[in-house]
Design a protein around this ligand. Sequence first.
Ligand code: ASP
Ligand code: MG
Length: 377
Amino acid sequence: MSDRSNLCVIKVGGSLLKDSGSYIEAAKNVKRFVENNQLPIIVVSAAKGITDTLLEVAKGSVESFNKVFDVYTEIARELGSQRVFKRVLDELEILKRIAYSVSGGYDPSLQDLIVSFGERISKILMVEALEVVGVRALELNARELIVTNDVHGDATIDYIATANHLEKIVNSIVSTAAVPVIEGFIGATEDGRTTTLGRGGSDYTATSIAALLKLNDVYLVTEVDGILTADPSIISTARIVKVMSYAEAMEAAMHGAKRINPKAFEPLEKFYSSTVYIGSWRLFGTKILQVIPGECKGPKVIMHKTSHEMPYIAIIGEGVANVSFIKKVVDIIYESGVEVMGLQTYYYRPSIIIHVKRGSEISTLKLLHRKIFEEVE
Ligand code: ASP
Ligand code: MG
């Protein structure tokens, strides 16, 4: 077996990929990893807004096809090489033919095929950007490597079949030492039909590759420096959560936390506990581990959500579902004069759910953030 100790996975999120400059910037950051003797496997998302636009293409919108065409050809042209420009045009030509065959009516497998071009073209652009900054790169094909079931639009990865495929290529990746780039979010069934893994699915691709190859580090790159204690548009003093457990991250995802994909933790739970770093090229502020040390337990994230027209606040963190913490929370709310309509905890889940009167959820969330996350006694 060849030495895999310098392999890691980096997922480049679509929010970062806006224009040719952002592909180059991503490539330069990948280069820093390479210069540090790491060999990152790059998992790339579609450029910003492209997946949404392709979903419109799948409904028959010609205007949306033109939008995708314009965005991707402009990036390809600016990256400079004739060969890549031609390849992108060829892909778009295939997409166009498929898109024009849409005859109305919802066809989930056709939709997946159309949407897959977002990542397929983005991968070609990322490989080119790497070459431009002087990093040797290598294209991998997610539709050959990532095997899924046939649940179009929300497919699950067949870990065993995918692991077999990855094992077959990993040695040559290590010995070539070129940076491999693969599409996130897409895969194919055993019989070759293109599938997608659900929105935000590139994270799931990244963690699956890491877990199946038993790699220690997965970097999920977005435009913020990490997971925040609260939505910064509500709480301007929200700060970065430095360490979280898989269970906490999954719980936050279940209550709708942005930037966390719940499926992403499954392969890590099942096969290998890689460390997940979430952040920006500037700072990977949040580290997510299978097990967190005792001193890292406690409240991590507070959020509000409405379910069945009932607003609730969720406080997420291992150890919050204990009586003394619950009492503290109830006391804080009670003293503020807001009525607690209900409270829910399960000893096996790292969260407390607090139902308050409609209209008081934001003020209560602000109060709890201040008392619990800011005033540390
Ligand atoms: N491009 C896909 C989406 O927007 C997958 C991803 O970004 O992770 O959902
Ligand atoms: Mg995306």
